[in-house]
Design a protein around this ligand. Structure first.
Ligand code: GLC
Length: 429
């Protein structure tokens, strides 16, 4: 693991992403302005009607906490350019909508109050600012007049605006632990933007200067503290130039970040739990997104998912928080996480009767199911033993065999806690 990154990040492992903005009212994905090529005038109806009267950041924080999450990341501005705080350099902000309040302030205070680390997501892209040049992702990409007008746009002025917003957000809202910039696309064939456009080095330096110790992602098109695989699960530690790098998988509940009313493609809670365990077993974090609806509430399906994940986390937290990968190699259908001398076997597919763990014979002093603290019997089959009619065998020397109950415990993902007699194989910071 990295030594320079803030230690809380790789300890805490599990966070909540919150995508909220004007698109939450459109309720058909946060890229609706792009997908439907809406003009700012057409998009204005979401601004005029934006009134999330049930938005309760204390409730958001409480649900994150109950789900076992340790940090939260809110969109201060998404690609549509709408600002959720009382930004001093634009009128395109929440305080000018019917809602009229600074949600970023309420959010930061509520998260801190709940003991959660506070993160911001801030879009580099801005489809509202008049100086943001029309490129391959812009909603007006198909409008030749809008493209021709690029000649008169002063992109540098937009970047000054962007930097000033970051300065304000990192100055006026207390301690900010994490910043997710989004995103760079320098190679886009119809016009992209990257580090030179955003003045990324300068922006990163400003970020660190204003909030020493902040964790910053990699989407400024220059390396920073973490890499952010999106909507896929890495199956091994992530590398940058051949070196392991801290990472965080950002995941949705249903494939959309912003509230998407008619999308019912939700992952099951037990899949989400397996994704979390899988992330930690490969040295990563998981940032699970919820998109509050137009009234500012999490929808019932997301609430249900969070509750179920929280039920699992209540019993299995120590296999995730403060845990990391193990140098031991897990058998098929299992993933290991480790914290000190505790090795956690996450059993993805419950086997019949026996679980054979390579290389652990003589290295485990006690074994129990984590959810109920019930002892698990261990046996070592002598090397070279052949399987007999009613006697398992045929395992390589050094294998430790656990005798499991026939029925899998009724938890989203069963975990066995092994107490190791030594920590030589521990992979920890
Ligand atoms: C992407 C999308 C975006 C989402 C983000 C989360 O870059 O543009 O809508 O906010 O990923 O990782």
């Amino acid at each position: 693991m990295s030594t320079s990154i803030a230690p809380w990040f790789e300890h805490d492992r599990f966070g909540m992403f919150i995508h909220f903005g004007l698109y939450s009212a459109a309720a058909r994905h946060e890229w609706v302005k792009n997908r439907e090529e809406l003009t700012t005038a057409e998009y204005q109806r979401y601004f005029d009607h934006f009134d999330p009267d049930l938005a309760d950041p204390a409730d958001w924080a409480a649900q994150a906490k109950a789900a076992g999450m340790r940090y939260v990341v809110l969109t201060t501005k998404h690609h549509d350019g709408f600002c959720l705080w009382d930004a001093s350099n634009t009128d395109y902000k929440i305080t000018n909508t019917p809602y009229g309040k600074d949600l970023v302030r309420a959010y930061a205070e509520a998260a801190r109050e709940a003991g959660l680390r506070v993160g911001f997501y801030h879009s580099l892209i801005d489809w509202h600012h008049p100086d943001f040049t029309v490129d391959g992702y812009h909603p007006q990409r198909g409008d030749s007049a809008a493209r021709e007008a690029n000649a008169g746009r002063d992109f540098g002025r937009y970047v000054d605006y962007l930097h000033a917003q970051v300065r304000e957000l990192l100055t006026d809202y207390g301690r900010i632990d994490y910043l997710f910039y989004d995103f760079s696309y320098p190679g886009h064939p119809e016009g992209g933007k990257g580090r030179a456009d955003w003045r990324s080095e300068e922006l990163l330096a400003l970020t660190r200067q204003l909030q020493p110790g902040i964790v910053v992602n990699d989407r400024l098109d220059i390396p920073a503290d973490i890499v952010t695989p999106e909507q896929y699960q890495p199956v091994s530690p992530m590398l940058r130039d051949g070196e392991e790098v801290p990472w965080e998988a950002c995941q949705t509940t249903n494939g959309s970040w912003g509230y998407d009313r008619d999308n019912h493609d939700h992952k099951s809670p037990d899949l989400i739990v397996r994704m979390l365990a899988n992330s930690v077993s490969n040295g990563g974090n998981m940032l699970l997104n919820v998109g509050p609806n137009g009234r500012g509430e999490f929808d019932p399906t997301d609430r249900h998912i969070l509750r179920e994940v929280g039920d699992w986390m209540r019993l299995h937290e120590r296999a995730i928080i403060g845990a990391g990968p193990s140098a031991y190699v897990a058998p098929a259908d299992c993933h290991y996480t480790q914290a000190g001398n505790r090795l956690y076997v996450h059993v993805f597919a419950w086997p019949m009767g026996h679980l054979h763990l390579p290389d652990l014979a003589g290295k485990v002093s006690y074994a129990q199911l984590l959810h109920d603290g019930s002892e698990i019997n261990r046996v070592v089959h002598e090397a070279g033993t052949e399987g007999l009619t009613t006697q398992p065998g045929g395992q390589p020397a050094g294998t430790l065999t656990l005798e499991l109950p026939m029925r899998a415990p009724s938890v989203a993902l069963p975990v066995i806690e092994l107490f190791l007699t030594d920590q030589r194989n521990e992979v920890q910071p």
